[in-house]
Design a protein around this ligand. Sequence first.
Ligand SMILES: [Mg+2]
Length: 315
Amino acid sequence: MIRAEEKPVILIVDDETANIEVLAKQLSADYRLLFTTDPAKVCQLAEQKDPDLILLDVVMPGMDGYEVCRNLQGRDSTRDIPVIFVTAMGEERYEAIGFEAGGVDYITKPIKPFLLRARVKTHVELKLQNDMLKQLASQDGLTGIANRRRLDEFLNHEWGRAIRQGNSNLAVIFIDVDYFKKYNDHYGHQAGDECLKQIAAALAAGMERKTDLVARYGGEEFACVLPNTSLQGAIHKAEQIQRSIASLHIPHQLSDVSDVVTLSMGVASLVPRKENKIETLINAADQMLYAAKRGGRNQVRYAGTVLSEALASAT
Ligand SMILES: [Mg+2]
């Protein structure tokens, strides 16, 4: 589980460096360690470094460990990092507060080295297993990119974020591989799978911003979600994708539009508002994909008027 070349990361928080040293001595062989003596810096540090575990002192000046833990629990980005309290306050009621604050375990000083290492190991392994399960649950088995479930989750999340931000575009591109059934029939399903993998890899490589997502939507359907992207920006991205797939030169003898594998794409972008529904955006991109296919495939269609009409009729 724990790979030597990529040690799990533990953040140690204690206002006294002597205490940090005691813990570090026991853990430095198996983990990469980060420290801070300042409780006010823990959330930011955890967000930036994404540790696999936090060892947290309780009594500290300014902010106690319980409060730090509650703050970590209150943020999406740090909620899943397990926190073990390390403190001299061994009474049951203090331990209870620690668990209520969101801690996963409670270790009392003086430190018993064997117990410390055993409990840390258990919680780090649980965390890594959890990460892996989450990763698998959101991944498409064949291509390794995001799956439909992850796409829905991401879209909803970005829709909400764009509304909160106000005046921020959200764009989607729906993508279909042209004449893919014929491809499978002619080259076989194994070749079909390879073709989808190659396309997925090219799509993923084309998502230059960390904020963009590409997912496998269905059999030969893919979708890109591009936050903060205007219609023009999304069209530009779709054309880029079209060129990148053409440059793969995947032969497709039975295609009616080309001798290599090509894509049809539907693009839509809008500024999400509370009074709109996310389906408006999705349906618009879907309609444009359909128009691209009906219009002869191997092309990009985008929702300009369709979308403004849909929005006008909704309000
Ligand atoms: Mg202290």
